[in-house]
Design a protein around this ligand. Sequence first.
Ligand code: HEM
Length: 426
Amino acid sequence: MADATLLNQIKDFSNRADPYPLYARLRQTPVSRQNDVGPETESPKDEAQGVWVAASHDAILRLQNDPRISVETTPPTKRPSTGNPVTDYLVNPIKNRITDRHQPFLFRDPPAHDLLRAATVHQFTPTRVQAMRARSEKLVGEMLDRKLGSREIDVVADLAYPLPVAVICELFGVPEGDEASFHDWSSQLATAVEPGVVVSEETRIENARIFDAISDYLADLVAEKRRRPRNDLLSGLANHATPDGYRMGDLDLISTAILILVAGHETAVNLISNAWLTLMRHPDELERLRADPGRAPRVVEEVMRYDPPVQLVSRKTLSAIDIAGTTIPEGEALVLMLAAGNRDPAAFTDPDRFDPDRSGTRHLGFGGGLHYCVGAPLGRFEAEAALTALARRLQAPRLIEDPPPYRRPATLRGPECLRVAVERIL
Ligand code: HEM
């Protein structure tokens, strides 16, 4: 075992603000077997288990494109357990609405994954996604207008958190009157699906209720879209088949909508917050962005490498895999440490330097292979809109706390709040 405690140190909350030195140590063995005490629990820890960790850029790239790895989780045999809240809900639902067969496609292997993903991608049309750029800019403008006259802004609560849900409401064609409840559910859902936390029976039931509320609402919304189709993505998914003639059934539609909501919310929150934090720590880059908003795509792309919102993804091996001089046996849990691969000196020159002008190797921040992020262009637009507006409108911004307080998860990593003092908001 390379270093039995590194993964646990990475998961330890006290290292949340800066896990990068630990990633560097992890990378010394590109693929290692680590002792894992398991997810954080509300009760005492289970026994330690072994997990394989890929930390080099090359090993991650190979593994995420390898057909011998799987995302499907075996349903847990005992309650309460599982670090996967979706599985938790599906295995122990209050209502038996969605079954194991309707897991969101992020947790499914081919061929089911490919059908569901193709139907979804088919509806992320360039026109629809492009329309979200202007919409994001408008929403960001309105959110900052609400802060006019303030000397302080919390970039997470005032902007990064509400923006992605507002964009998803638009994408789904959620009626204006329902938007407030949709925002509430989305934040409850975010807490309910916080990765890597095994919860008590009481919390599990509460989480299942949240899933019920949101899936009931989405079932009604889907029915409405079938009756009166509009121009939104959900209407498209509900009413149009792919060129191959495949159309989703109701339960798959609901679980896909939940997936888009979950996958497109916390990730985008963290991208905007991590990006603003990085810019505040690199005032010369902030100044360059203020002077030239055209630099926003470069800045966002470099943040996706330098401090990615999704730090790791989980898999298991379907058969033995020889990689980086070692053999991962069949049926083993595997972690692809994306954030470690993104700072690999074998792939990036001077990897610990934040440099929006770098070119060449691609980062791993949106994943890769079959499960490469469906919403990547949308996430980029949202972050670009947020950063350019913040750079332009916040006069003399100063971080009130550095490092800021972080949210618990090690997987979806980002600040809990990001308080910035300003002379003025324009
Ligand atoms: C998948 C990151 C935004 C929808 C993924 C994956 C990553 C990721 C790393 C792969 C997960 C895995 O392999 O296990 C991000 C980041 C975002 C972002 C950093 C920052 C803004 C979005 C948005 C949406 C979205 C805005 C939709 C509105 C999805 C979906 C998948 C996915 C549906 C599953 C793809 C599949 O399983 O085939 N994302 N994402 N993401 N993302 Fe994103």
